[in-house]
Design a protein around this ligand. Structure first.
Ligand code: HEC
Length: 178
């Protein structure tokens, strides 16, 4: 018998020779599975993400962005960390250190070529910052905040964006205040 199957490039007629009815049933089931999986693959997900699976993934990856959006978040958290220290709001400060770490780690997963420049920042600078927050010692916190700032900027130099010269904020905008 002839059967029509759907392929990547359209429809194709194939000739199927069936010896017995058992085989027929197997072929029918296989065809049904084949059609079902084709249908699933071509389904467009969401309202605007179009294309095949690979194209859809590319679209999602593109919208996750690289380091830039993470740095906007990190810039915000860096400023909040500064004010949390001034307020001695240590739980809030600890929260911000953790989120800076998370945001940077996720960003480096997206841009692994930048990971080397962030090695000591993640392994030493941030853990030291966290320790000073946990110690609830303002002097130690201020000291570590300076070191943190220096290291934000040294990564910017290493990554050839020295014009992002981060400095502690002088004015407080929207923020959480104790
Ligand atoms: C991997 C090393 C690295 C570390 C560590 C790092 N940055 Fe960045 N930062 C970058 C890179 C690279 C860019 C430029 C992003 C781009 O070109 O897409 C950037 C950009 C920025 C920007 C500008 C974002 C924008 O698009 O307007 C800010 C603000 C910023 N960083 C703040 C910080 C702060 C604050 C810290 C420390 C708490 C820090 N960064 C630590 C690599 C780093």
């Amino acid at each position: 018998m002839f059967a029509t199957i759907r392929t990547k490039n359209g429809w194709a007629e194939v000739f199927v020779y069936l010896k017995n009815s058992k085989m027929k049933i197997v072929i029918i089931i296989l065809t049904a599975i084949f059609f079902f999986s084709c249908k699933n693959k071509q389904k467009e997900m969401g309202d605007w993400i179009k294309g095949n699976d690979e194209e859809q993934l590319k679209t999602i990856e593109k919208h996750f962005r690289g380091l830039d959006m993470a740095m906007i978040e990190i810039g915000y958290r860096y400023r909040e960390l500064f004010w949390a220290g001034k307020d001695q709001n240590w739980e809030y400060a600890a929260y911000q250190v953790d989120k800076i770490k998370l945001s940077l780690e996720n960003a480096l997963q997206r841009r692994p070529q930048r990971a080397k420049s962030a090695q000591s920042f993640l392994q030493t600078i941030l853990p030291e910052m966290k320790k000073s927050v946990e110690s609830r010692d303002t002097m130690l916190f201020n000291n570590n905040f300076e070191i943190l700032t220096l290291n934000c900027n040294s990564c910017h130099v290493a990554e050839k964006v020295p014009y992002f010269n981060v400095q502690p904020p002088s004015q407080r905008f929207l923020s959480i205040k104790e």
